[in-house]
Design a protein around this ligand. Structure first.
Ligand code: ZN
Length: 238
């Protein structure tokens, strides 16, 4: 699937490097560093490029610092040490995590108290979480694919859960749809967007206007779900 990008003109400047220039009806220049370390510069419709260059030069220290912070955040993933007090995402919420002694099962989830890991298997935390997430992902995605396939107008496809790190879903030429288990960390409405996206590929193996029309017909508000995934997806990790 494609990632949601800011619509604008891709530009390069010797001071800040690549950035996206967005012209709109506004009076001032606005700078934003997005979580994926993209610099977005918003300017009035008729602002000359010399003005843009001057602002970028003036704010270059601030921009450099924000870009570095965003890159560091993305590099520092994964972010868990499996210590009591950490939080783990599941269906769009960050749940508390504790390590405790003498548990019946290695890893337990409870809606009220969150995740509990048995101290005896502390060193297998990552593996146990992945296995738990994979199981939940298979259960929920099986259900959501069955729900949405008729709405998209395709037969219920074969489903695979993958360890993909850079794509949330894919659809093969034979019509098998695949989803990354990490997707189970996202809110349900965002999971549903990825489901509809991949099912729509069974009908349209591209990102043409016809493809997006299929998605929009089933899910008119897909753009905001797509945006959520673009902005928060990098933090969905063990
Ligand atoms: Zn796609």
């Amino acid at each position: 699937m494609s990632a949601g990008k800011v619509e604008g003109e891709q530009r390069t400047n010797t001071v800040v490097g690549d950035y996206v220039l967005v012209r709109s009806r506004r009076r001032s220049v606005g700078l934003e560093v997005r979580p994926d370390a993209t610099l977005v510069v918003r300017v009035p419709v008729r602002a000359p490029l010399t003005l843009v260059d001057a602002v970028l030069l003036e704010k270059s220290a601030w921009i450099a610092e924000k870009l570095q912070q965003a890159r560091n955040r993305n590099l520092s993933l994964p972010r868990h040490d499996f210590l009591t007090g950490e939080r783990f995402p599941y269906l769009g919420c960050d749940h508390p995590f504790v390590v405790a002694a003498f548990q019946d099962r290695p890893l337990v989830f409870d809606e009220q108290t969150g995740f509990t890991l048995d101290m005896a298997v502390f060193d297998r935390g990552e593996q146990l979480f992945e296995s738990w997430y994979r199981t939940r992902a298979r259960e929920l995605l099986t259900e959501r694919v069955r729900l949405y396939a008729p709405r998209v107008g395709v037969p219920i496809p074969r489903l695979r859960i993958t360890g993909a790190e850079r794509r949330w879903g894919s659809c093969s030429a034979t019509g098998t749809v695949s989803f990354a288990w990490r997707l189970i960390m996202a809110p349900t409405d965002v999971i549903d967007y990825v489901v509809v996206h991949e099912l729509a590929h069974v009908r349209q193996m591209n990102h043409s206007p016809a493809f997006w029309a299929v998605v929009a017909a089933v899910m008119p508000d897909y753009a905001q779900r797509k945006r959520w995934l673009k902005e928060h997806g990098p933090s969905l990790t063990i």
